[in-house]
Each structure stands twice: as C-alpha cells, then as structure tokens.
Design a protein around this ligand. Sequence first.
Ligand SMILES: [Mg+2]
Length: 228
Amino acid sequence: MMSRPLRFLPLLVLTLAACTPGQQLANVGQVKLAARAYHDDGRYDAEFAKVAADATAYLEQRASRVTRPAIVFDIDDTALTTWSAIQANDFGYITNGTCSELPKGPCNSIAFEDAGTMPALQPTLALYRRARELGVDVFFITGRREPRRAGTEKNLKFAGYDAWTRVVLKPNNFPSDKSSADFKSAARAAIEAEGYTIVVNIGDQQSDLDGGHAEKGFKLPNPFYFIP
Ligand SMILES: [Mg+2]
C-alpha cells in the first residue's frame, strides 16, 4: 500500500541486521518463528509494559510543571494491536479482499481498520487513562489516511479510548515519497504552535519519534514490521 511501502520488509530488515560479513543471511522462515516466539512468550508484553510505565512516570513528573500539557499517541501497535492481522497475513501487509475470516487470512488491512474491532494494548490504555486523570490533552497521530477516520475513531472508542482533543490522520494527498516522520513531526509542531507542551510522545516505530517536537519520546517494541 502506498502509505506503508516498506511494511512487507520487516523480516528483510531483521535479516540484514543479523548478517555479518562471511555469513549467509538469516533464514526468513526462522526469523518469523523467532518473531512469533518473542510475541507469544511474554517478552513483547514485558518490554511493552516497561516502556509504557516509563512514559507514565515521566508524564506524572512533568504534567503539572508545563503549560497546556499534552500527550501524543501513535495508533497501530501503540494504542491498538494489529497482531491478529499480522498473523493472518504471515507478517505481510495485504490491501485486497476482505478481512472476514480471522483468525484465518488473508486479511485486508484497510478493511480491518474500517471494522474498528482491534483491541487496546492495555499498558497504553492505562497510560491514556492516567493522562486524562492528570488533565493532559490527548492527541492521536496516525499514518492511516483521512478516509479511515470513521473506522479509526470508532475503534478507539471500542477499545476504551473514549475522549481526545484531536485525532490527526494523514491527508489523502500526502506525498507517498515523504516519510511518516515528516508527517508526524509536522503534526506535533502544529500542536505546539497552538500553545501545547507535548510532554510525552509514544509510538512503536522510530519514525513516530524522529523530528522532535516533544519533551520526551518513548519507543515501544515492534520487530514485526518497519515504517520509515
Ligand atoms: Mg504504529
């Protein structure tokens, strides 16, 4: 899909990273097995919860000390889990057909987004609730494109994210050769320009954090795909 051109390459990235001169590339099938084991054996949950806890502690420390405190959440695999589609598509990213056979695939990821049934990642939901208690304004910034707004907002509410200041989706005409980091950092700059202080910015991709415009970025684990 144009909006996520490298989404099908995570295993290649892992493979290249695992290769040193003189060695053969890692076997993609084995890397998939390792990624599934990482997700299923508790390491993913533990590392995810640790990052969310660190973000919560930072927010609690800073929220009352800044002007108009705000928090920025990414959506996919930050607020909501797409794991069932990742599994159904065997780590691929599919945008044809339907997504009506889960847990069987293939699952059209666009249809999956429009269905609005992804569960929350619980450590992020807890962070969200703490932010609300602290009076921190909540912003979601996602690489999903504007036509996905209805399903996205429906899904956030379904998962327990029941109020926010704004959900920022990528404009449908955003150039496909520009990075997610370009889009997201500009969106954060626009929030700051309104007078907010973005205390915490949290996401599962480095491109969610690159470009600044937040006091502190928190990188959640995601070895399953890559978005530049
Ligand atoms: Mg994400």
